[in-house]
Design a protein around this ligand. Structure first.
Ligand code: OXD
Ligand code: MN
Length: 602
């Protein structure tokens, strides 16, 4: 195919190169119009790539199934390709760029014969904002084009913004034969490029999201002096009109989407808070001219986990996904609507499951395990503008000012409900030592505890030791640093029952955090940081026994001392590259617990 009619020479040449490699029959440059959406949808309906859902009950919604072996991000097939292995660091899979291009090139070669290559120009962040970055994804999947249309600002306006000489991230995606042995998700930060082949699952193929907005962007942010983080952004407005914003990093499937759209609990309604959702997954943050940290959400949609989402856990998400939504791997009902486990209402009497098989409630597989109607990592893709709490600042070029950063994870025992770090450096230590239980969003053993610093373990595009140093450096450059907190909604009693009700009630903790930021809430000093005094949390209307409140706010010394062994073990992986400040923080923690603080020789 000959590529013409594009004013950006680098773009034209790169598309030509990729076309020569993949050999598509056609190249279509996407303009982002409604007409284009209609045309592509119709084509996908005719091939079965998409199924149109009930037009009355779910207007504008479509359904897609991925291959059965292609339902989650494949971290073991995800690589950072840098010239030096140390630049990828001990937490990333690594290949040289030469090997990456050779291996993936062999799979891409001729893989689009008989197919169309779509050119998808997209902006992460408001078009034209100095916070934003442009990417172009080449893909042979209509499903990808339609998802990118929701998740990013996409189309002609972006090409206009790019102009004849603008820079962009080169994102090449091909489904190939979706053989897991021929699947690779490769990042070339030194070339500002991403190659993803052999997958059709969102996190592997919507290249603006994890690949660009986190892995490549974290590398760029390190070089350019800003931050690309796996964080939700949420605003809390008081009745007097003041809005304070927090950014929160939680590992996958810890309820980020629910928290980003939370509904104030009944008992706090009289306080008149209003919640503004800025983002549920990714924050790009810069120090602005006022010396404080400002954040944008580079995305324009949600790619949320369906199971567990219902009118009780997240009514705003339910409202958001009523129309113009792409449903992936959920259960398809006979009336052309959808259902998932832990959704609303009783399971339907019958349906077609995420694998495409007839399904009825109570079915068991050959091993006697329940057959899910929806895959546990099934998803909805929906425009953020449809969210009833969508922030009015989504198109603001500088985003929103961040008062507090919240880290969190699923910890059954060790972490209290909330604590405040002693300062920025201690906050960086708190983030660097975060851990959580593995969930269905990642490939691997569910339930296993893994260390997930700043929730960035699978998403940091360079050596994490340098990433920690970058965090420390950013703190030094800020005139006004956000305070840093750690929360744990998942603490359990000895029978494994959650002590905290979670969901909308989490606003009580955020209220305390924001009051701390304004110097208005009490706290007790403990070895790990400041914990709320029981009176300083507004627990009105919550029927939690005092002993459970005490358990939620208490520090289990033995568990912490055990935990700190994990911190040390994790830090040792980074050798001499780990910033000394983090070892000093480790020593400080040991001292406060009165235990030996030996650190390994550098
Ligand atoms: C996601 C994730 O957001 O896995 O999909 O973190
Ligand atoms: Mn995520």
């Amino acid at each position: 195919m000959k590529v013409e009619n594009l004013e950006n020479t680098a773009l034209r040449e790169w598309i030509q190169e990729c076309s020569d490699l993949c050999k598509p029959d056609r190249i279509v440059i996407c303009d982002g119009s409604e007409e284009e959406k209609e045309r592509l949808s119709r084509e996908a309906f005719s091939t079965g790539e998409l199924i149109e859902l009930n037009k009355e009950k779910l207007p504008g919604c479509v359904y897609h199934r991925t291959a059965v072996n292609d339902v989650a991000r494949t971290e073991d097939l995800t690589f950072i390709c840098t010239h030096l292995k140390e630049d990828a660091g001990p937490t990333n899979n690594w290949m040289t760029p030469e090997e990456g291009y050779r291996k993936a090139g062999a799979i891409f070669s001729g893989s689009m014969k008989g197919r169309t290559m779509y050119v998808v120009p997209f902006s992460m962040g408001p078009i034209g904002s100095p916070f934003s970055k442009i990417g172009v994804e080449l893909t042979d999947s209509i499903y990808v084009v339609l998802n990118m249309r929701i998740m990013t600002r996409m189309g002609k306006n972006v090409l206009d913004q790019l102009g004849p000489a603008g820079e962009f991230t080169k994102c090449l995606h091909g489904k190939a034969d979706r053989d897991i042995k021929r699947r690779l998700i490769l990042h070339f930060p030194e070339d500002n490029a991403i190659w993803s082949v052999g997958s059709g699952y969102g996190g592997n193929v919507l290249l603006g999201k994890k690949c660009l907005a986190l892995r490549i962007a974290s590398y760029m942010a390190h070089q350019e002096g800003w931050m690309a983080e796996h964080m939700l952004i949420l605003g809390v407005e008081e009745p007097n009109g003041r809005i304070m914003y927090v950014a929160g990093a939680f590992p996958s499937a810890c309820g980020k989407t629910n928290l980003a759209m939370l509904v104030p609990p009944e008992a706090l309604k009289h306080k008149g808070y209003k919640i503004w959702t800025v983002g549920d997954d990714i924050a790009w943050m810069r120090i602005d001219t006022d010396g404080s940290l400002w954040a944008i959400n580079p995305e324009s949609g949600f790619f949320g986990v369906a199971p567990g989402t219902n009118y009780r856990t997240n009514p705003n998400a339910m409202e958001t996904i009523k129309k113009n939504t792409i449903y992936t791997n959920v259960l398809l009902k006979p009336d052309g609507t959808v259902w998932w486990e832990d959704g609303d209402g009783d399971p339907p009497e019958e349906g077609i499951d995420w694998k495409g098989n007839p399904w009825q409630p109570g079915m068991k597989d050959d091993d006697g395990k329940p057959v899910h109607g929806a895959h546990p990592n099934s998803r909805f893709t929906a425009p953020i503008y449809q969210c009833p709490t969508a922030s009015f600042r989504l198109e603001q070029h500088h985003g929103v000012p961040i008062s507090a950063i919240i880290f969190g994870g699923r910890r059954a025992r060790v972490a209290p409900l909330v604590y405040e770090s002693f300062g920025w450096e201690h906050g960086v230590y708190t983030g660097a030592t975060m851990a959580s239980e593995r969930t269905a969003a990642q490939f691997g053993k569910i339930g296993e505890v893994r260390r997930d610093p700043m929730a960035m373990l699978p998403f940091c595009g360079y050596n994490m030791a340098d990433y920690f140093r970058h965090w420390l450096f950013m703190g030094l450059r800020m005139k006004k640093q956000p305070r840093i907190y750690h929360v744990n909604w998942f603490k359990t009693d000895k029978d494994g029952k959650f002590l905290w009700p979670g969901y909308g009630e989490n606003l009580r903790v955020i209220e305390w955090i924001l009051a701390r930021c304004s110097g208005e809430a009490q706290a007790m000093e403990t070895p790990i940081g400041f914990v709320p005094t029981p009176e300083s949390l507004d627990l009105t209307g919550l029927n939690i026994p005092q002993k459970d409140i005490n358990a939620l706010l208490s520090i289990d010394r033995e568990a912490w001392i055990e935990e700190m062994k994990g911190h040390k073990e994790f830090f040792i992986k980074f050798g001499k590259r780990l910033p000394l400040e983090l070892w000093q923080q480790y020593q400080g923690l040991c001292k406060r617990f009165g235990v030996s603080d030996e650190i390994p020789p550098a």
